[in-house]
Design a protein. Structure first.
Length: 149
């Protein structure tokens, strides 16, 4: 499993929905969680390892602290608050590049968990920011794109 860098076209297109959650997809998600830690990330999207599927993982501690899953399949942010804040973000696929990004302070998100169960919840603060960042990846948007949006 290799980390894909910003010049790869897979990082710049919307990824395909996952029709069926297979053991291979779950095994890949578990491996992604390990690599994310090795690479010192807080989240990792499937296209960052060259996979064209709507899947991302977030750090287990962040997930546990917020009582949410650490694997998100076919996620969709359904609502953004009007209240925004601006913080510096980095991205594993753009090493050493940090930019100020304005994001909604609160969001509502829906997805499937690793068991294929539908989940919906509200997120705020740092969790909301991470979920927006990873969802951007699945929609083909990087922080450099967001910085100019």
């Amino acid at each position: 499993m290799e980390l894909v860098k910003e010049d790869n076209p897979i990082l710049h297109r919307r990824l395909k929905e996952i029709p069926t959650i297979t053991p291979d997809i779950l095994a890949m998600a578990e491996e992604m969680k390990k690599k994310m830690i090795d690479w010192e990330g807080i989240g990792l999207a499937a296209n960052q390892i060259g996979e064209d599927i709507q899947l991302f993982v977030i750090h287990q501690i962040l997930a546990e602290d917020n009582a949410v899953p650490d694997i998100f399949i076919n996620p969709e942010i359904t609502e953004y608050s009007n209240e925004r804040d601006e913080l510096e973000e980095g991205c594993l696929s753009i090493p050493g590049h940090f930019v100020l990004i304005k994001r909604a302070k609160k969001i509502k998100i829906k997805a499937l968990d690793k068991d294929g169960k539908k989940i919906r919840f509200k997120a705020k603060g740092f969790l909301a920011r991470v979920l927006q960042h990873e969802t951007d990846h699945l929609n083909g948007m990087l922080i450099k794109d967001r910085a100019h949006a």
